[in-house]
Design a binder for this molecule. Sequence first.
Ligand code: SAH
Ligand code: SF4
Length: 405
Amino acid sequence: MTTLDISSSVEKTPLERYVPPDKPSLVGLTRAQLGALLGAVGVPEAQRKMRVQQLWHWIYFRGLRSFDDMTSVSKELRAELAQSFTLDRPEVVAEQISVDGTRKWLLRLPGETQGERPHEVECVYIPDTDRGTLCVSSQVGCTLTCSFCHTGTQRFVRNLTADEIVGQVMMARDRLGDWPGATRPTDGVIPTGDRCVSNIVMMGMGEPLYNLDAVRDALLIVADGDGIAISKRRITLSTSGVVPNIERAGAEIGCMLAVSLHAVRDNLRNELVPLNRKYPIHELLEACRNYPGVSNAKRITFEYVMLKGVNDSVEDAKALVRLLKGIPAKINLIPFNPWPGSKYECSDWEQIEKFSQVVFDAGYASPVRTPRGRDILAACGQLKSATQKLSARERMALRAMAMTD
Ligand code: SAH
Ligand code: SF4
């Protein structure tokens, strides 16, 4: 990849033209919620389980967007459902495709109160030769203020609902023709294999562990074997370190965990990730040691953004290795992606190599050495001049690419 040269294929429409949906969508409902809803439209208790199973299949396995096509459901029930509900996903108001195949969608979501302006979040798709990773948002904005993160400079607006989180996955599969029998796009990059979206990373906008209930409900739907069926091993939740919710994420979701560590000393981490003042490094690592299901086969990924002259010394690398001793871990070194007004620079390539060598010598696969990692490092230097063109989500996309290696 050289630059993120973006070509737009869907033009953004003005915010004023947004019309919030007048009926709720069934997309994002759990089995229990679908059952309750069928009860409310008069489906007898004895039939409900079977009907839920049918709806589940049509919604989450086949990806239908119209009740009319649900051939195993009676005409009466289809009509009844269509009267009160839709199968809508969040509205896509812009789609951009980069020369490297990365796709970015801007989604518009209703405000919480009537008359409030709509909200916007982005969702990014990063194709690789044999996999495709979707970077999903959990909040509009973020309550935390990590000093190197663009989202951190934005005001927190609201949590996304479970249906808005599942809706991002459904929308991406719509756009990529990733449903049985659907047609794949001919532009951009599409991985080989039978799935376009094979991996999910909760690394878009927001802190997923501050919206745990919705994120849990959404990810359990995404992982359900009768529907979208993306294995929990291919779903990674990234947290800046909300210690009290780490155990719950493991127990209630059981997905892979990534921790945004970024520093090996509390005084520096307090500055980079201010949440560290509340949950310092030793508490965070203790929660990682106790993460349900953690093992050498299911390692925790530690994300470490490379900030020139800040956290990138060989001493830091040695301290990092010491710190993680005994924790089944992977280390992802992330080139810092600068943004307008950011006070950091990405570490020099030689320094990243030195840092990664220490990590590598300690027995960790050294992700920046992979071809994609090299690409990203190359991009990191090259992108400096093009920073203005990069949105927060595109930077996240670069991050997520490093993550999926
Ligand atoms: N809030 C969660 C998940 C979203 S951020 C978290 O912080 O983990 C996803 C990842 O992108 C985090 O590891 C974050 O530290 C990293 N990140 C944020 N801004 C970045 C930047 N400018 N360059 C590189 N990585 C960045
Ligand atoms: Fe929020 Fe994560 Fe950005 Fe920190 S890095 S401000 S937690 S999105």
